[in-house]
Design a binder for this molecule. Structure first.
Ligand code: ATP
Length: 360
């Protein structure tokens, strides 16, 4: 399903839950809405589901005004965090529910419903459990039933609101992979709400990063990770070192590390730089600018080491390959003095306003 969301706003009294949100979805796309609690993800999903309406803006599906269509006319499947399964119905009856309650002229024959339910149970790998009641299932199994029930009506748009939010970490990871495979098979246009960045990075074709009712960036997982567009996206996705920037007599500096040029042509005096732990390096040739750092701790995490460093009054984390020559060469006793330098940083100036991003 192609959807074009244009300038959607939704206000509750004087508070904007959605503020001028525009977004386009391509058929078969898996889009994650990612953001902290209260950023407007559920409000946007509810509007798409027909459970709420915006105060301003439009949603078009090709030439059709999507918002003018009633919820059943929209051909949407919905799954929530808390498995809204019917407790008094078996798994099989839950999955069949959406088909049984259809108006008579659109309701499939009984045998057809039975056949479709069996096909769906197989698809969500629950064919053995069709006669159980929801109370006899694990959380992960219940969410698979909820998904089968949403798929039963053959929706053109699947809306998932933190479907794995109530499950423990290991089950989440398994279901995530499973959902991705299912999506590749079905190619159903999907919007997936989550505040878990790992989930979004692993599952989605594109991620819309939301903050305070606005979309700060839309892009592939790779793009929002490698090329964050705003300070918020830098801080929300992945680990990042935040370093204050100041204009110095010559050029700019991030702490004691000089930037050769002023990317903003003298327009600003302060800013902030972000450096990912893996973009800090210990291999700084003599004569090259570097930060003098003091090592606080080394944490070994399998094949990588995290070094907690102190540079002037800033805490930094550096990530290095355990097998790297630098680690062997330096010995790394807590308290050791090191030279480190960023090999990529993303910087934003600010004085009164936010200026253009610079990647250095
Ligand atoms: P979470 O991850 O916690 O579910 P979210 O990003 O989905 O958060 P929303 O549920 O969309 O956020 O809510 C966005 C903001 O709008 C919140 O501050 C919320 O309190 C507010 N809000 C949502 N629904 C209403 C309502 N019916 N009346 C008043 N305020 C509301």
């Amino acid at each position: 399903m192609t959807l074009v969301l244009d300038r959607l706003s939704r206000r509750f009294t004087d508070f904007a839950a959605l503020d001028d949100v525009s977004l386009q979805m391509a058929p078969g796309e898996f889009l994650a809405l990612l953001g902290p609690s209260g950023s407007g993800k559920t409000t946007l999903l509810r509007i798409l589901a027909g459970l709420d309406y915006p105060d301003e803006g439009t949603v078009m599906q090709a030439d059709r005004d999507f918002l003018a269509a009633s919820a059943p006319e929209r051909s949407v499947g919905l799954v929530f965090q808390h498995y809204a399964l019917f407790r008094h119905l078996t798994v099989r009856e839950n999955v069949a529910f959406g088909l049984r309650v259809r108006p008579r002229r659109r309701r499939p024959a009984r045998a057809q419903i039975r056949e479709q339910v069996e096909r769906l149970l197989k698809r969500v790998q629950l064919e053995e459990l069709g006669d159980r009641y929801p109370s006899q299932l694990s959380g992960g199994q219940r969410q698979r039933v909820a998904l089968a029930r949403a798929l039963a009506v053959e929706p053109e748009l699947l809306l998932l609101d933190e479907p794995f939010g109530a499950l423990d970490a290991q089950v989440r990871v398994t279901l995530r992979r499973w959902l991705r495979e299912l999506h590749e098979e079905l190619q159903l246009t999907t919007v997936f709400v989550t505040h878990d960045q790992e989930e979004a990075l692993e599952l989605a074709d594109r991620i819309a990063v939301m903050n305070r009712g606005r979309i700060e960036q839309v892009g592939t997982p790779q793009a929002v990770y490698q090329d964050p567009a705003t300070p918020f996206v830098c801080e929300f996705i992945g680990r990042n070192n935040r370093i204050p920037l100041a204009r110095q007599t010559q050029g700019w500096g991030a702490g004691a590390w000089p930037l050769a040029t002023d990317p903003w042509g003298g327009r600003y005096r302060q800013g902030v730089a972000y450096v990912r732990p893996e973009h800090l390096t210990l291999s700084v040739p003599d004569g090259q600018p570097a930060w003098g750092a003091r090592l606080r701790h080394v944490y070994l995490a399998g094949s990588v080491a995290h070094l907690d460093l102190y540079v002037a009054d800033i805490d930094l984390v550096l990530e290095a390959d355990v097998a790297s020559e630098d680690l062997g060469r330096l010995g790394l006793q807590p308290g050791a003095s090191l030279r480190v330098a960023p090999n990529r940083l993303v910087a934003f100036p600010f004085d009164d306003d936010h200026g253009d991003r610079a990647v250095i």
